[in-house]
Design a protein around this ligand. Structure first.
Ligand SMILES: [Zn+2]
Length: 132
């Protein structure tokens, strides 16, 4: 087990019992993706691919998962973003900071008004979740 820098998506019907490092197992049937924590601690990270949880975007460059993976329940408390198959470590920034920054970054640059509305609505939800 060691820290990985990339994840390769593998589509499966059922998630295997033993996960390999560096692989993102995607089950459309179960609407879930799973991978071993990128820090190498061996914990399994489950990302439900449902509207209210995570979005998986498949690209030629690799899979992206949004929002960021915050493993606050694990001993490692690792926090990272999976983007085009790469692990982007989120360091010490809070989840809120990262998500807000990334959302503005990627969505505003693309400039689609409907997407901006989606993000604004989502940020509002995030805000009320964080602040109350
Ligand atoms: Zn970990």
């Amino acid at each position: 087990m060691s820290r990985v820098t990339h994840l390769v998506a593998v589509f499966v019907e059922d998630i295997p019992e033993l996960l390999e490092d560096g692989i993102l197992y995607v089950s459309r049937e179960c609407r879930v993706a799973m991978h071993n924590c990128a820090c190498g601690c061996g914990e399994e990270v489950s990302t439900p691919l449902v509207r209210t949880e995570y979005d998986l975007i498949m690209d030629d460059a690799g899979p992206s998962i949004w929002p960021s993976i915050g493993n606050h329940d694990f001993a490692c408390t690792s926090h990272y973003i999976i983007r085009n198959g790469r692990i982007i470590w989120a360091g010490q920034m809070s989840r809120g900071q990262i998500e807000a920054g990334r959302a503005y970054d990627s969505f505003l640059k693309r400039g689609s008004p409907t997407k901006i509305q989606t993000v604004v609505a989502w940020l509002k939800r995030l805000w009320s979740k964080l602040i109350g």
